[in-house]
Design a protein around this ligand. Structure first.
Ligand SMILES: NC(=O)c1ccc[n+]([C@@H]2O[C@H](COP(=O)([O-])OP(=O)(O)OC[C@H]3O[C@@H](n4cnc5c(N)ncnc54)[C@H](OP(=O)(O)O)[C@@H]3O)[C@@H](O)[C@H]2O)c1
Length: 407
């Protein structure tokens, strides 16, 4: 596996999707899935839904099929394929049913889709995301864990498949827009990722923080895992790693600044001192619309930024003493691609344990730090290596859960 800093092939390609492009949404029942379907619903003349997937929310998946009439619906829980098929038939839909990992890959590769939205949460999205890249799709990447775990392999797959990779994460989407505005990447001094600071930005004692408090994000409405990641600042750490792969910059050229209003989504600083920022109301439909229609612009449904009512845009340095997860992510990026897999896997295990009230909020960082220290795997050379490191790291993190403070 190569080092961070590989430029994604065709990331800046100006092709426009075909007329009435088919869209496959991996993770359709989630927050990004809902925002994507909202944008698509505003442009029936440009897009149709080709495939939808869910993990467990079968009734919601069927309701979405009734509304958007995809060719394929996939339930990731393989035991429920018959239940899905029966429900689709009862609803009088011709939609095909599939399930399990093969079903997710089939959705990512389906011939009716020119565009694939990778919006499964966690490393579970890795294989279908890779499949979409290999199949040469326009790949709209929300599933940051996939690129954190397998950056080099994913970019290789994008190149080999002739795919186009566009980031949906608002920060990376902002940087994509800033770089596109500048014309090229020459003369870039650094990337500046903005962070809201999350719901615990002003909290001084994390001992008794509950999942509800950690998920109560002040500016964004998101799934529970990414909400906790925002509260610990691990989300920003994962984004630093994602930016390094997507844009080809080392960690010394990627900075983080806390900007509580979430109006500036990220910035690029050039050698001449110019800083280009991308702004907008905090609404994921904006980057999603950008990704769907690029290089054109379409209505996303998001509210206009009202400058008369913006009282202040403020900035501060992240407090890495209170939010050690950000430092852990920089440390993993410096160590290399195996360490970033361990970082991500241990974070997923720790966040799940916190959401299930098995460990206290401060223990999330402890589990990750101890798992990172516990072993140093070889750099992965294949996707099987990535999956093996991920499995080992999860097992190690589960053992570590016994040693940290309970909730
Ligand atoms: N939400 C945001 O604003 C935002 C912004 C930037 C980036 N992202 C990234 O986008 C991804 C999705 O985030 P989200 O907030 O939309 O998450 P979410 O609301 O929790 O939705 C996750 C989706 O993935 C499905 N899923 C969960 N586990 C799965 C598994 N093991 N196999 C297959 N499918 C599975 C879920 O199905 P069920 O509903 O059936 O469980 C759901 O459709 C994450 O990587 C996140 O970091 C999100």
């Amino acid at each position: 596996m190569g080092e961070p800093g590989v430029e994604p092939a065709k990331a800046f390609a100006p092709e426009f999707p075909p007329v009435r492009a088919g869209v496959a949404i991996l993770g359709a029942t989630g927050s990004i899935g809902a925002s994507t379907l909202d944008v698509i619903g505003r442009h029936p003349e440009r897009f149709h839904v080709a495939a939808l997937t869910a993990q467990s929310k079968l009734a919601e998946l069927v309701a979405l099929c009734e509304r958007f009439r995809p060719q394929l619906a996939v339930i990731a829980d393989a035991a429920r394929e018959k239940e899905l098929r029966d429900a689709l038939r009862r609803a009088g839909l011709p939609t095909r049913a599939a399930s399990g990992p093969e079903g997710l890959v089939a959705a990512a590769q389906c011939t009716e889709a020119a565009i694939v939205v990778a919006a499964i949460v966690g490393a579970a999205g890795l294989l279908p995301t890779l499949a979409a890249a290999r199949a040469g799709k326009r790949l709209l990447l929300a599933n940051k864990e996939a690129i954190v775990c397998a950056g080099s392999l994913l970019l290789d797959a994008v190149r080999a498949g002739g795919a186009t990779l566009l980031p949906l994460d608002s920060e990376h989407n902002a940087i994509h827009q800033c770089l596109a505005g500048a014309g090229n990447r020459k003369g870039v001094r650094r990337l500046i990722l903005t962070a809201s600071g999350g719901p615990l930005r002003e909290c001084r004692d994390f001992t008794n923080v509950t999942p509800e408090q950690a998920c109560a994000h002040p500016n964004w409405s998101m799934g529970r895992k990414i909400s906790v990641d925002s509260a610990t600042l691990m989300n920003k750490g994962l984004e630093v790693i994602e930016a390094s792969w997507l844009f080809g910059f080392g960690l010394e050229r990627i900075d983080v600044v806390v900007h509580p209003q979430s109006v500036i989504h990220s910035m690029v600083e050039f050698g001449d001192g110019s800083v280009i920022a991308q702004m907008g109301t905090p609404d994921m439909r904006t980057p999603i619309a950008y990704g769907l229609a690029h290089p054109e612009r379409i209505d996303s449904g998001s509210a206009q930024l009202d400058f008369h009512r913006l009282s202040a845009l403020t900035f501060e340095a992240p407090d890495v003493r209170r939010f050690p997860c950000l430092t852990l992510a920089y440390r993993a990026l410096a160590k290399g691609p195996a360490a970033t897999i361990v970082l991500n896997a241990s974070n997923e295990i720790a966040v799940e344990a916190f959401l299930e009230r098995r460990i206290a909020f401060p223990a999330i960082a402890q589990v990750i730090a101890q798992t990172l220290d516990a072993f140093e795997p070889e750099a992965p050379g294949s996707i099987d290596d990535v999956l093996a490191i991920d499995a080992r790291a999860r097992a190690q993190a589960r053992r570590t859960l016994q040693e940290v403070p309970e909730s």
